[in-house]
Design a protein around this ligand. Structure first.
Ligand code: PPE
Length: 305
């Protein structure tokens, strides 16, 4: 169960958690056309709280809305300020933040011309997405029978709620078989992404991740590429097949919720030594040092409350 906080921001006002409701004919509820974000706020070592890459998340929210042809009736600054206001009102030091813009009550049917776009922001405490043990020891992954989208089917640069039907199907499928997370292939059969994460593999000290064609332009993915390059690691964006992944030295998932989660097994094949490898561990350490405010070099990524 989601852990309740006190307030939710809805169209400019803070309302009580239990009163943040919508009409049952909210258009997005029926047809899956809403855009959203997932952002994390961390409690730094000095006791302050900091939102990780707030600007980039808000930019992506507006890009998603642009792709979906939804006009968000607030400016980016207003959304950023609303997030900070919400965290302060809830007295949350460490949390996950979920802004969502949706088509509200108005007309029904597939031509929502006059439905107003509403915006809400919720925040709650959310621990390790794939388990504490997963972050430390790595998780077991299975390639799903569900395929990620063709570029003309769904537009993965947009974080649209309806896209996640595919993710939920894939996740349920592999969890029922005893695995921790699903990996989806693209329509050409190449590795695409996890149900809610981007993927990286390491082979001969080279870090490789899938190109953006069929995946969300992950902000954690971008952070990892920057961290790796700054450490002198070669980073390649290129397609790879599942057997290339089976024979990788290391692999890991990245995402706001999943953070950096090592992969120790794919389709019952052990990856590398079956535990987080040295490059994964090094990147993971820098990542957590950054979000906890210990790495001065990446301070521009943190918005302190
Ligand atoms: N791919 C997908 C499909 C995806 O949903 C996410 C984030 C990513 C990649 C990584 O993107 P980024 O967070 O910018 O590094 N998934 C969000 C939703 C998770 C959920 O269960 O809800 C997230 O991690 O917030």
């Amino acid at each position: 169960m989601v852990e309740k906080a006190k307030k939710i921001w809805m169209d400019g006002k803070l309302v009580n958690w239990d009163e943040a409701n919508v009409h049952i004919l909210t258009h997005s509820l029926h047809y899956g056309m809403a855009v959203f974000e997932g952002i994390r706020c961390y409690r730094c070592d000095d006791g302050r709280s900091a939102v990780f890459r707030l600007k980039e998340h808000t930019d992506r929210l507006f890009d998603s809305a642009h792709i979906a042809q939804m006009e968000i009736p607030f400016s980016k600054d207003e959304i950023n300020n609303a997030i900070i206001e919400l965290l302060k009102a809830n007295d949350l030091k460490e949390c996950y933040i979920r802004p969502i813009a949706f088509l509200s009550y108005g007309s029904m049917g597939l031509f929502p011309k006059e439905n107003p776009v509403k915006v809400a922001i919720a925040a709650w405490q959310w621990g390790a997405y794939l388990g504490e043990e997963g972050i430390k020891k790595g998780i077991r992954v299975k390639v799903s029978s569900f395929t990620r989208f063709h570029v003309n089917n769904m537009m993965t640069k947009a974080k649209i709620t309806g896209h996640y039907v595919n993710s939920i199907m894939a996740k349920k499928e592999v969890v029922a078989m005893g695995y921790d997370e699903a990996l989806l292939l693209d329509t050409d059969g190449y590795v695409s992404e996890g149900s809610g994460e981007n993927i990286f593999m390491v082979k001969n000290s080279i870090l490789k991740t899938t190109p953006l064609t069929s995946v969300l332009n992950g902000i954690t993915r971008d952070s990892v590429m920057r961290i790796a390059r700054d450490k002198g690691i070669t980073v390649v964006e290129g397609r790879f097949t599942r057997d290339e992944l089976y024979t990788a030295d290391e692999a890991f998932f990245t995402g706001t919720a999943a953070e950096i989660t090592p992969i120790r097994e794919v389709d019952n094949r052990q990856i590398g030594k079956g535990r987080p490898g040295p490059i994964t561990e090094a990147i993971q350490k820098i990542f957590f040092d950054i979000v906890l405010g210990r790495e001065k070099k990446y301070q521009e990524w943190l918005t302190c409350l």
